[in-house]
Design a binder for this molecule. Structure first.
Ligand code: RRO
Length: 296
């Protein structure tokens, strides 16, 4: 009843593990799949190994988490065995990848074997990467086009909310041939230690995730659904089944869950059960509620 098809991938439910959480090893990805995720996305992988930003790289706030991990990863050259191991769990494994330009993105996409690629053009705190290129529609279109030429796998583009109008970059991804867009990555933010006056994060600022950003993400999904012809995948602040219903009503074909996994490792199976119960009580299917708010 919860089965979902997105860019040719069959998902047993529309709930995916978001990039950046439990996504660095095949073992942790497999564990999240076995905990009920319909698909899993890896931590973002780049061309060379990266140690990431200095500590502290993550802080829990009242409204969510602020992180500036800084794209730590072992490089694509070492990552294929992790993807292959994750695949043993039997759900689609999507590789999140990043680069400085179209050429770096396409080298990685051409070398890695994954069920789909998610292009990270939206990390809010990495010089030369992520949102620094993902706020320019021409670059988003060019990178998407280059990756589409480098692989036969579906290509998703993860968008930044740190723009005036997310449909401009969404439309650019679509023009470049993207099979879906993912909205949203984290919102740029900062926290200060009032005892010392120092910024808390080693990188001074970072990206906000968690429940506080959900209304921002829902609005982005809503706008992208109206403007685009390709599917939108919702991400940002989901911690319960009601949030998933809201995202789907806004126009998300599927959703990703990240921060909330830290509080409940079984969140995927918990939400699946409640979502199924809600839909059967209302005599609705996922298709019935997909984009429902746009009919009103
Ligand atoms: O690694 C990070 O610091 C990071 C990434 Br790649 C991202 O896409 N979003 C985010 O909040 N942090």
């Amino acid at each position: 009843m919860l089965t979902t098809k997105i860019s040719g991938l069959e998902l047993k439910n529309p709930l995916m593990l978001a990039a950046g959480i439990m996504g660095t090893t095949g073992g942790s990805l497999k564990r999240m799949a076995r905990c009920g995720a319909g698909a899993v996305i890896t931590k973002s992988i780049g061309i060379e190994p990266k140690p990431g930003h200095p500590n502290p790289t993550m802080v829990k706030l009242r409204c969510g988490y602020l992180n500036a991990m800084g794209l730590p990863n072992p490089s694509y050259k070492l990552f294929q065995p992790e993807i292959d191991e994750a695949k043993h769990a039997g759900v689609p494994v999507i590789a999140s990848i990043f680069g400085v330009d179209a050429s770096e993105f396409s080298v990685i996409a051409g070398a890695i074997n994954a069920d789909a690629f998610e292009l990270n053009v939206s990390c809010p705190h990495a010089e030369g990467y992520g949102a620094e290129i993902g706020t320019d529609p021409a670059l988003v279109e060019g990178i998407t086009k280059a990756v589409k030429n480098a692989t036969d796998a579906p290509v998703w583009v993860k968008l930044t909310p740190n723009v005036a109008d997310i449909t401009e970059t969404g439309l650019a991804a679509q023009k470049g041939g993207a099979d879906a867009v993912v909205a949203i990555n984290t919102l740029r933010g900062m926290a200060i230690d009032i005892e010392s006056g120092h910024p808390i994060l080693g990188n001074r600022f970072g990206g906000l995730s968690g429940h506080g950003i959900k209304p921002v993400a829902v609005k982005c999904v809503h706008d992208l659904y109206s403007a685009l012809d390709i599917p939108v995948i919702g991400c940002g602040g989901i911690s319960g089944w009601e949030d998933v219903v809201e995202f789907i009503m806004a126009g998300a074909r599927a959703v990703q869950i990240g921060s909330a996994v830290g509080d409940n490792i079984n969140i995927f199976s918990d939400i699946s059960s409640c979502l199924e119960a809600f839909l059967s009580l209302k005599l609705w299917t996922l298709d019935d509620i997909y984009g429902m708010v746009h009919e009103i």
